[in-house]
Design a protein around this ligand. Sequence first.
Ligand SMILES: *Cc1c(COP(=O)(O)O)cnc(C)c1O
Length: 381
Amino acid sequence: MKLETKLIHAGEARPRFAGAVNVPIFQSSTFEYAGQGKYEDLKYIRLNNTPNHVAVSKVLAAIEGGEAALITASGMAAISTALLTVLKAGDHLLVQECLYGGTHTFVTGEMPGYGISFDFINAGDPADWRRKLKPNTRAIYVETMSNPLLQVPDHRKVVDFAREHGLVSLIDNTLASAVNFRPLALGYDLSLHSCTKYLNGHSDIVAGAIIGATALVERVNHKLIHLGGCLDPHACFLLERGIKTLALRMHQHNENGQRIAEFLRSHSKVERVMYPGLPDHPDHALAHELLEGFGGLLSFELQGGAAPAQRFMERLELPICAPSLGGVESLITRPVTTSHSGVAPDDRRRLGISDGLIRFAAGIEAAEDLIEDLAQALAAT
Ligand SMILES: *Cc1c(COP(=O)(O)O)cnc(C)c1O
């Protein structure tokens, strides 16, 4: 089956529940004992196995080509639980330098307390990974594309490196979703998602996912049961509903991202635009080889820096000034005031995140309307 069909039909319960076309919401914390032998097989929301959890997990496993999937209470629950499953006291992690903010503060602020050490690596430079590899290195962690500069590591090399050195490879695939990239097919061990973004797509829930081979996903589930980061059945239902339209939405996000990037690239008041779909993006060729689409996220700088950037954003009518991405509506932020406000100014400069940098998360509105709005705000700036 093609991905578009799997999104609608993968893992359907047969027979259907009372004939219902959709999986009804099983708002029940516990279920009648049916002679199960193992604790994990009892039915209880925190064990992540109610009919709502099972339904949405099956769809996620199917669209990413994984044996199994696990739904979590947030993207951060997926990331922290997966890392704490594959790493224990005394272990060492290689982790991409330019990370999602929550992951960055989890790694730097929490892992040392568990006795887990780490080194930041330049994901684009395999020689740097080799230099930082230690006898106790157990895992390597990267993101499909970095935020907000959309750098794309050579994922084939990450997977080869992990195999060569017996490391568990983890990737945060949130910014691509299964439509634009399927990391397990390339050889990653675990694909992680904030389902809050493209997978749910409507900015109305927070959720996460972990996808991979059954044995490893079961280990993560064991940890998740203890840490307690389970998703509520009502949110499972909303996530399952959102996922059905993922392919349609991603195609529009991809198209809007490309058209808006091209428009900004050609505008005299725009200094530079970062979007992997533009031929002058440093990772364009790699992104073109690895990904099936470049997504809706882009960043850019106006001439004159932070002050005109702020005025420009205030003149926009359609995009909402808010953090997050992947919803049907376009969102705009300045990373220094939101996602990267916790990163030290020196580190921001080194990573290429200037004070005037604007991040645009294209929704699925008509590209013409978004471009017209951007044009009027630029003209008035
Ligand atoms: C939002 C996001 C997360 C965290 O997800 P939550 O659902 O907010 O916990 C992790 N990684 C990336 C790339 C994200 O965009």
